[in-house]
Design a protein around this ligand. Structure first.
Ligand code: ZN
Length: 230
């Protein structure tokens, strides 16, 4: 395994794009991984290549950025009755989680990422999960990721390191990290290229593209305003 290699779970959103920049700044060789799990809107997957191009062109990381992988996990959509994979409205469920929650998604993503890293000889796995924002998804918790690192390393007889650079950052602090990593050029690339909107809307706003009213857009808009005021 190469100690200076990393695989970034890269969806094409603000968080994973910032994680990709973080990995390119820190490691010598970085590959990306996306999942097709039957998302209602394929726009996220389409923005991935545009963001990879921007990181090479604008930030000068072309020499470090390696292969892109996309794995077909549509079986996950088949067993998940959520607003991300079915055409139903976003709402809170009785258990306190929004119906955007896909049960076990990050557990499955990280296990597949580790299997791919095993084959690619990659030591570091980077994911943009975060405890501070979003809706209390239990598979984004720091304890969940730490426990999963132990389970994966036991189960695969490896010493993978799972990195969560955004775990304790809110959305404003994530913009600040992007600014530290790549200055205003990187912030502008992430603002204009990445996609967060649950509804697949690309209407332009000062904080990026989206419908402006879904939970992901509200979170992104609030984070941008807080970042601009700091
Ligand atoms: Zn939206």
């Amino acid at each position: 395994m190469r100690d200076d290699s990393a695989l970034v779970l890269f969806s094409g959103g603000q968080d994973s794009a910032t994680c990709l920049a973080w990995a390119l700044d820190r490691f010598g060789h970085v590959e990306t991984l996306g999942f097709d799990y039957g998302q209602r809107h394929v726009i996220e997957l389409q923005t991935r290549q545009a963001m990879r191009d921007a990181l090479c062109r604008d930030a000068g990381w072309a020499a470090k950025l390696g292969e892109d992988h996309v794995l077909d996990l549509r079986a996950l959509g088949g067993i998940s009755d959520t607003s991300l994979t079915r055409d139903v409205a976003i709402e809170m469920e009785t258990g306190g989680l929004p119906n955007t929650f896909v049960p076990g998604r990050n557990l499955i993503f990280l296990t597949f990422a580790a299997a791919l890293s095993y084959r690619r000889g990659i030591k570091n796995i980077v994911t943009g999960v975060c405890e501070t924002d979003y809706s209390g998804y239990p598979d984004c918790r720091d304890d969940t990721i730490k426990a999963l690192q132990v389970a994966i390393n036991l189960g695969m007889e490896r010493r993978f390191v799972l990195h969560t650079p955004l775990m304790w950052r809110d959305k404003a602090a994530t913009w600040e990290l992007a600014e530290q990593l790549g200055g205003p050029t990187l912030v502008e690339a992430i603002r204009t290229v990445t996609h967060s909107c649950y509804l697949g809307d690309r209407t332009p706003h000062e904080w990026g593209a989206g419908c402006g009213t879904c939970p992901a857009c509200e979170l992104r808009a609030a984070g941008w305003r807080k970042y601009r005021c700091n």
